[in-house]
Design a protein around this ligand. Structure first.
Ligand code: ADP
Length: 610
């Protein structure tokens, strides 16, 4: 037995999901609000086409009766002509109805996709640590498609069938009351069956969409990492993973197919039963000369229309339920407020025009939201003075990149503050931050466009000259190799820059950062993976980029550290030591000293590993 309180809670939950669904359905409709004109006109044509549907069986019966009277063909001719005219008008109205609703749907989804995309790109970085890309792209493609169908095709069909049922029933009552009443016995049974079916199918469809999204995510991950898949010969492995995902969708798909078929079968059976009873009773009325043959024919046509409309409504019902599920996920995403804004807000509006690169990190503690049990930074404090080169060194996993991420405001510290010329980072306009602080990653990601577009990626203005681009490319040691390409700055770099070497990608990324002329440059020095020549060129570009600029570099090379104004040794999330290269070397038993000695012994220029 469920205790009373838990039962109350369950009831509460049930109620809240019901209201949520209602709210979602209402919001779903409000999405179409801005297409009022199209939908209004579409509805006018819908009414017209439905009206023709209701008139057609009446004339059909009339033609039969006129023909049976054997008087003259004149009446028959007139009725056939009217029927033809009505049919033509119906076809024309159907064309406009379908076109207008279709157009409204395209427009709604066009806007919706844009809004979802904006909502996704505005989320804070931590959101992406926790959400898989495939899931988000699925929202954009599959869920929006489901909504488009629901909002337009389905709404238009729904209205059409409801009108068809109501109109047909009204005429049927008018034509023959008792016969309609006989038929009406079947209708509530159909409604009951449809309701039952709806609840089963809604759950199944939602599960189906979720599993489909999971399969999509697996596929997307494998395809975008195809090189790694190939290196490890993991085609079979990822294929099996995808197969497992597909198997789940197939499992639900099977259930869906069975429930669809059962439902259709049941409706068919009920309809057949209803038709048989009505046919028998109708034939008896004709036999007793209480009804003409033509009227019976009209009646049967109306009945068929009602039956078909009920059948179609049932399948629309399933689609609608799927749309409610899809809209739930879409609205969750649209409603999600980023924890760190990427836009100018009242709280984040300071644009420190006096900023000269001075950054104070004060007592910062930080834990990644996705790994709440591991504190990554503990009480970290240091200062980057204007014009200084500050090097972060220490073992891998110590927290160096995390510090850079916090200065970029990818994340906010749990406690402590970061000040830009005495302004808290949390109050600074993100737009200003992005144009004054630049970050060059170890593995920079490029976009599948031209070299020129990659270099100008961060730029807000569009009036950039080729000379300006060439100038930064020269500083970044990129100009020469770009000039060697046939299309020079218009060369396409391929997805994530695959058509370039690692060193070339890095030099483009340096040029991209330099074009922003940032007041503060964050650099993650490449560890290895480059050939000696490329490494030299990248290193030279980095050194050039540092000139006359405040720089925080995650350093892996002794040469870089030696020239730094301040060296900060990060170990296990805390500052183990800080000072200049010389002062730290002078320390007996210092960590830095150990790192350098070890590195000198191996003759390696890298000091990452201890
Ligand atoms: P370093 O740059 O010194 O090599 P990082 O700052 O990259 O070190 O990493 C510090 C710690 O934070 C590591 O234990 C790492 O596993 C963890 N970490 C890094 N990025 C994330 C993330 N996005 N989510 C969760 N943990 C992370």
């Amino acid at each position: 037995m469920i205790p009373y309180l838990s039962r109350l809670k369950l009831l509460e939950q049930e109620r809240s999901t019901v209201t949520k669904k209602k709210v979602d359905l209402k919001r779903l409709m409000t999405l179409a609000k801005s297409e009022r004109l199209f939908i209004f006109l579409g509805t006018v044509f819908l009414l017209a086409s439905s009206a023709t549907q209701i008139v057609i069986p009446y004339y059909f019966g009339k033609i039969v009766d006129d023909a049976l009277k054997f008087q003259s063909m004149r009446l028959v001719n007139i009725s056939v002509l009217i029927l033809f005219g009505v049919n033509c008008a119906g076809a024309l109205a159907s064309f406009f109805r379908s076109w207008l609703f279709g157009l409204a749907g395209q427009r709604v989804v066009f806007r919706l996709r844009q809004n979802i995309f904006d909502a996704i790109t505005k989320q804070e970085v931590a959101f992406f640590d926790d959400t898989r890309t495939g899931e988000l792209t699925n929202r954009l493609s599959s869920d929006t498609q489901v909504l488009q169908n629901a909002l337009t095709v389905n709404i238009s069909m729904l209205l059409r069938f409801v009108l068809q049922i109501l109109g047909s029933l009204a005429v049927m009552f008018y034509l023959e009351v008792t016969l309609t009443l006989v038929l009406m016995v079947v209708v509530p049974i159909i409604v009951l069956v449809a309701r039952q079916y709806g609840t089963i199918v809604q759950k199944l469809r939602k599960k189906f969409q979720d599993e489909l999204a999971a399969a999509g995510t697996t596929a997307e991950e494998s395809i975008s990492n195809i090189r790694t898949v190939r290196i490890f010969g993991a085609e079979k492995k990822v294929s099996n993973q995808y197969y497992e995902n597909l198997l789940k969708t197939y499992g639900i798909g099977k259930k869906l197919a069975l429930s669809d078929a059962t439902f259709m079968g049941l409706i068919g059976l009920l309809t057949a039963g209803g038709i048989s009873v009505v046919l028998w009773y109708g034939a008896k009325l004709v036999h007793d000369q209480k009804l003409t043959a033509g009227l019976l024919a009209s009646f049967l046509m109306y009945m068929l229309q009602v039956a078909i409309a009920f059948g179609m409504l049932a399948s629309l019902f399933g689609d609608f339920m799927q749309a409610v599920g899809a809209s739930e996920r879409i609205f969750d995403l649209l409603d999600r407020k980023p924890k760190i804004t990427s836009e100018t807000t009242a709280d984040c509006s300071i644009r420190p025009t006096d900023f000269d690169g001075n950054v104070k990190v004060q007592n910062v503690c930080f834990t990644y939201p996705t790994r709440s049990d591991q504190q990554v930074l503990r009480d970290v404090s240091f200062e980057i003075k204007s014009g200084q080169k500050v090097a972060l060194v220490g073992p891998s996993g110590g927290g160096k990149s995390t510090i850079a991420s916090l200065i970029e405001r990818f994340y906010d510290p749990d406690s402590g503050t970061i000040l830009f010329n005495s302004h808290p980072l949390t109050s600074i306009d993100p737009e200003w931050l992005r144009t004054n602080v630049s970050f060059v990653n170890q593995e920079p990601s490029l976009f599948a466009c031209s070299i020129r577009d990659n270099i100008t990626f961060g730029l807000r203005r569009t009036d950039i000259s080729l000379e300006e681009i060439q100038s930064v490319a020269k500083q970044a040691n990129a100009h020469d190799f770009i000039e060697e390409f046939e299309n020079k700055y218009d060369t396409l770099v391929g997805e994530r820059g695959v058509r370039l070497s690692g060193g070339q990608r890095q030099r483009i990324a340096i040029a991209r950062a330099l074009l922003m002329s940032p007041k503060l440059l964050l650099l993650d020095e490449a560890t290895s993976a480059l050939d000696a020549e490329s490494e030299h060129l990248v290193q030279e570009a980095i050194e050039r980029a540092m000139i006359n600029r405040t720089v925080l570099v995650i350093a892996h090379r002794l040469s870089t550290v030696r020239n730094a104004d301040l060296v900060i040794v990060i170990e296990h999330g805390t500052i183990a030591e800080q000072g200049t290269h010389d002062t730290l070397l002078a320390k007996d038993d210092g960590i830095y000293k150990k790192l350098v000695l070890r590195q000198l012994m191996t003759g390696n220029d890298s000091i990452t590993l201890i």
